[in-house]
Design a protein around this ligand. Structure first.
Ligand code: FAD
Length: 270
C-alpha cells in the first residue's frame, strides 16, 4: 500500500519548522521515520504535511552534566547508546536502549521521537517516567516543559499540541547511592517486549516502571513490599492484556518474575 498524498517540507531553521506546523493542523513532524513511515505506508496515519526536521542539525546534541542528560530531537538512539558520559550520568538510558529494536533502526530512530510517539510497548517512555524527566517543546508562540507524568495521554498519544515540536528530552542523573536496572522479555531480541521492567532503588525507596502491561508507561512505588510479593503488589496497578503474542496470564507471570529479578539487580547496583 502507498501513503496518502501529503506535502513535504524540509525547513532549515527551527522557526521555519514551527511556522510550517502552525500553518497546517494536519502537519506531522518527521524525525527518524522508523514509526511514522510504516504508519503512512499502512495508511494508519494520513497527515496533510510532513515537516522533516532532519535539516536542523542543531537539534542533534547530547549533553551529559551533573544534573542529567539532555538529548536533542535529532539525536539517534545509537548516538545516545554510544555516549560514555551518558552511561556514567544515567546508566538506565543505555541499559534500556540496548533493547530498542535493531542497530539499523537505532541508527535512524530518535530518542525524542520515541517519547513523543508514546508507544506503551516502548522502553524510553518508561525510563523517562521512572526517572521523573521531562520534554522541552516549542511552538511559534513560545516554549514549555512537559513533565513525563503529564506527557503520555494514552496508547500512541502524547499531550503535545499539533503545532508543537519536541526540541529535547531531559533524563535526570542517577542520585548518589541509588541503583538502576532494566530487563525485558521479547519473542526475539529487538522485537517490542511482551513485558519490560525498569527499577530505581535509593536507600529504602523502591520504584518500578512497566512497559507493555498497561496503556501508558506505569510507575509503581513498591517501597516496603517483601521481595516475594513485589510482582503481585505491582499487578494491582497494571492491566496486562491478551494479544496475538501472549496471553494476559503469561504477561502477569512475566511481571512477577521480572520485577523480583530487576529490583534485585538495582539493589546490587546501588
Ligand atoms: P518518527 O517515526 O519520525 O515519528 C514518530 C512519531 O513521533 C510521529 O507521530 C512524529 O510526528 C512524532 N515526532 C517525532 N519526533 C518528534 C518531535 N521532535 N516533535 C514532535 N513530534 C515528533 N521502539 C522501541 O521503543 N522499542 C522497540 O523494541 C522497537 N522496535 C522497533 C522495531 C521495528 C522493526 C521498527 C521499524 C521500529 C521499532 N521501534 C521500537 C521504534 C523506533 O524506536 C522509533 O525510532 C521510534 O519509535 C520513533 O522515533 P523516530 O525518530 O523514528 O520517529
Amino acid at each position: 500500500m502507498k501513503p496518502a498524498p501529503f506535502t513535504y517540507r524540509r525547513p532549515v531553521t527551527l522557526q521555519e519548522a514551527l511556522e510550517a506546523l502552525a500553518g497546517d493542523s494536519g502537519a506531522k513532524v518527521l524525525a527518524g521515520g522508523q514509526s511514522l513511515v510504516p504508519l503512512l505506508s499502512m495508511r494508519l496515519a494520513a497527515p496533510t504535511m510532513l515537516v522533516d526536521i532532519n535539516g536542523l542539525p542543531d537539534l542533534a546534541g547530547i549533553e551529559a552534566g551533573p544534573d542529567g542528560v539532555r538529548v536533542g530531537a535529532l539525536a539517534r538512539h545509537s548516538d545516545v547508546l554510544a555516549d560514555r558520559a551518558v552511561r556514567q550520568t544515567q546508566p538506565l538510558l543505555g541499559q534500556a536502549l540496548q533493547h530498542v529494536a535493531h542497530p539499523t533502526i537505532r541508527n535512524r530512530g530518535t530518542t525524542v521521537g520515541s517519547l513523543v510517539h508514546a508507544d506503551a510497548a516502548a522502553e524510553l517512555p518508561v525510563v523517562l517516567t521512572l526517572l521523573g524527566g521531562s520534554v522541552e517543546v516549542a511552538s511559534s508562540t513560545g516554549t514549555r516543559t512537559i513533565a513525563a507524568h503529564d506527557l503520555f495521554a494514552g496508547p500512541l498519544e502524547s499531550t503535545l499540541e499539533h503545532d508543537e515540536l519536541a526540541v529535547s528530552a531531559f533524563f535526570p542523573a542517577l542520585p548518589p547511592g541509588a541503583g538502576v536496572a532494566f530487563d525485558e522479555i521479547a519473542r526475539r531480541h529487538g522485537d517490542y517486549a511482551l513485558c519490560g521492567v525498569a527499577a530505581l532503588v535509593q536507600e529504602e525507596r523502591v520504584r518500578v516502571g512497566y512497559l507493555s502491561v498497561s496503556d501508558v508507561p506505569t510507575v509503581v512505588d513498591l517501597t516496603g513490599v517483601a521481595d516475594t510479593d513485589l510482582g503481585d503488589a505491582a499487578l494491582e496497578h497494571l492491566d496486562p492484556a491478551d494479544d496475538i503474542h501472549a496471553t494476559a496470564d503469561y504477561r502477569a507471570q512475566l511481571v512477577r518474575v521480572l520485577t523480583q529479578r530487576v529490583v534485585a539487580s538495582a539493589r546490587r547496583a546501588a
